[in-house]
Design a protein around this ligand. Sequence first.
Ligand code: TYD
Length: 217
Amino acid sequence: MSGLFITFEGGDGAGKSTQAELLDAWFEERGYEVVRTCEPGGTRLGSALRSLLLHGTVGEGFDEVGAVDPRAEALLYAADRAQHVANVVRPALERGAVVVQDRYIDSSLAYQGAGRVLDIAEVRRISDWAAQGLWPHLTVLLDLDPDTAAARRRARGGTSDRLESEADEFHRAVRSGFLALAQADPDRHLVLDASEAVDELHTAILASVAPLVSNAG
Ligand code: TYD
């Protein structure tokens, strides 16, 4: 596979989308094909799963699904991932594109593993199976104190989704989960303090991305 696969991870409100968009623009200016995508979502099946996972319904006119068992939740994220990897990510990498993606397997490990207290090794096994063993070349972890992240989300307005509405303790466990994953696999991770200025973060990300660009073309 000749492309380049970069994922952004972190709590809700850490600024992943902003940095992913800046990176997307940087690659496009240099003539690369960029596939900018996200999980959950990124396919038609994924959009339905996203709506189910974040809002508890597949759409207007459908009943709310109520509480979702943590294992069912983990499997739904894995189903979304399987569809997305097979239909979007792997084909893009095979034709040499750069894939810039919000959230991937680490989110399942942090949210369903550390957050929902499922066994992280088991969540990894089902996610790895769903993704047929595809891991990113680089994962940028935007680390942010959950209180600051919650304040950012409030300032942004709008309604909270199911995960965002979880208790502070959940968000703290998710943050520790992400940091532990980064510590266990430092070669794949770039950990940044997401309270830094947008420009500074972008510069730091480029410093890690530049040495990888010969992968894509
Ligand atoms: P996202 O759209 O990235 O939300 P935000 O832009 O607010 O960060 O992600 C939606 C939610 O899905 C987020 O709260 C984390 C959750 N999630 C999981 O719990 N497990 C997963 O495997 C993935 C991909 C996301």
